[in-house]
Design a protein around this ligand. Structure first.
Ligand code: ADP
Ligand code: MG
Length: 408
């Protein structure tokens, strides 16, 4: 399948050629023709498989050229993801005169007001700041013909739903809506009838599945040994750059300090930090100034950073879908990656719920020569030897057994 067979305008084909995209990914091949045709689409596909272009290209193609008033609205759950999606739209719209706008919190209002005044064809926004501008009358959405909820399950969960609903109800009635995520709940079609018209579902791979490009394993450990195991893993596993996810902001700060003490170039990103600090951490991580990014779930979704070789979960995520998103920060766009999850006895129930969610048992491994203290987790049955891929090579390879299962 070629991009030129999908019915996109020449300007979009030129943009993807310039970006070096050879052929559409499955979600792009599946969703683009339906969006072009005018259908509402619910798109689910694994992390890192090009969902952004799957909605951006056909919408830009239909918008064609600049006209007054916003006609497309894309909602994103975090500021960083709004920035990234905005940048993607700008690249895809390079050979058009369409104006792309970015509205997000934590930064000044002035420039955003000016941009809105000058007119935008596409607005990429986080809900809170967009509502502020709506409240001030700085923007109207009744001309919106295309609405996208990216990370849709997150945008429709209890935290965001009231804001999202208020925004959606202000959009033009005669519009096309799309939802995209790697973790679309099965019942979404019935939940979303208030926002969509006869949606078609495009599903690539099993729903809720982990990207095939990510090799993920669990490291059981006594809680008190987590810091030492993290430090040892970073010494002994071969890695290029890593994101370490923590449950709380405070854990993230503690782990950041721990890594710095151990001579790692680390930066931390969470919602208590200023937007300037968040941007500085993310930019520094992308540019290679920092080799480790310590983060809360604020960075779990959507972020597309090249060459993240490892995701390390210092804490097991509370919600199983966040596991899929977190580990999807590696192994993007056909590259491969490793994900290591440290877990202690207190997190065994969350691990079980992740395994139910993804429908698979995750391999338990042990780091050899690490001075493990006993934890009841080591008594679990059905523990196989670690069969690490080459990147973990000698480190998790032969001889790194999780220990024989005990007779009962
Ligand atoms: P998702 O939203 O599914 O997690 P993204 O839209 O962030 O994925 O895309 C992941 C990466 O894949 C990005 O770096 C993007 O530029 C790249 N990409 C998207 N589509 C293609 C394609 N058709 N060919 C090659 N790379 C692509
Ligand atoms: Mg995405």
């Amino acid at each position: 399948m070629l991009f030129s067979e999908l019915g996109l305008q020449a300007a979009m084909l030129d943009a993807v050629a310039e970006l070096g995209y050879k052929e559409p990914t499955p979600i792009q091949a599946g969703a683009i023709p339906h969006i072009l045709e005018g259908r509402d689409v619910i798109g689910s596909a694994q992390t890192g498989t090009g969902k952004t272009a799957a909605f951006a290209l056909p919408i830009l193609s239909k918008l064609a050229s600049h006209a007054p008033g916003p006609r497309c609205l894309v909602l994103e759950p975090t500021r960083e993801l709004a920035v990234q999606t905005f940048e993607n739209f700008e690249k895809f719209a390079k050979f058009t005169n369409l104006r792309i706008g970015l509205i997000y919190g934590g930064v000044g209002y002035g420039k955003q007001r000016d941009d809105l005044n000058r007119g935008m064809d596409v607005i990429v926004a986080t809900p809170g700041r967009l509502l502020d501008h709506l409240g001030e009358g700085a923007v109207r959405l009744d001309g919106v013909k295309f609405l996208v909820l990216d990370e849709a399950d997150r945008m429709l969960d209890m935290g965001f739903l009231p804001d999202v609903r208020r925004i959606v109800l202000k959009c033009g009635k005669d519009r096309q809506s799309s939802l995209f995520s790697a973790t679309i709940p099965p019942a979404i079609e019935t939940l979303i009838t208030w926002a969509m018209r006869d949606p078609i579902t495009i599903e690539i791979g099993a729903r809720r599945s982990v990207a095939d490009t990510v090799k993920h394993v669990l490291y059981p450990v006594a809680e008190l040994q987590k810091p030492a195991l993290l430090v040892s893993l970073l010494e002994r596993v071969q890695w290029e750059s890593a994101i370490v996810f923590c449950r709380t902001r405070r854990d993230a700060d503690t782990v950041d300090a721990l890594l710095r003490r151990n001579n790692h170039k680390a930066a931390v990103i969470h919602s208590d930090r200023s937007q300037k600090d968040r941007e500085q951490a993310l930019e520094g991580f992308k540019s290679g100034k920092y080799e480790v990014l310590v983060a809360t779930d604020i960075a779990a979704r959507g972020l597309d950073i090249a060459d993240v070789s490892h995701v390390i979960n210092y804490n097991v995520p509370e919600h199983p879908e966040d596991y899929v998103h977190r580990i999807g920060r590696t192994g993007r766009a056909m590259s491969s990656g490793d994900a290591l999850t440290l877990f202690c006895a207190g997190e065994a129930a969350q691990v079980a719920s992740i395994e139910r969610y993804i429908g698979k048992k995750v391999e338990r491994v042990k780091l050899s020569d690490f001075p493990y203290t006993y934890t009841a987790l080591f008594d679990e049955d059905k523990l196989g030897p670690a069969t690490g891929r080459k990147t973990l090579g000698a480190r998790v390879g032969k001889g790194y057994f999780f220990g024989p299962s005990r007779r009962r």
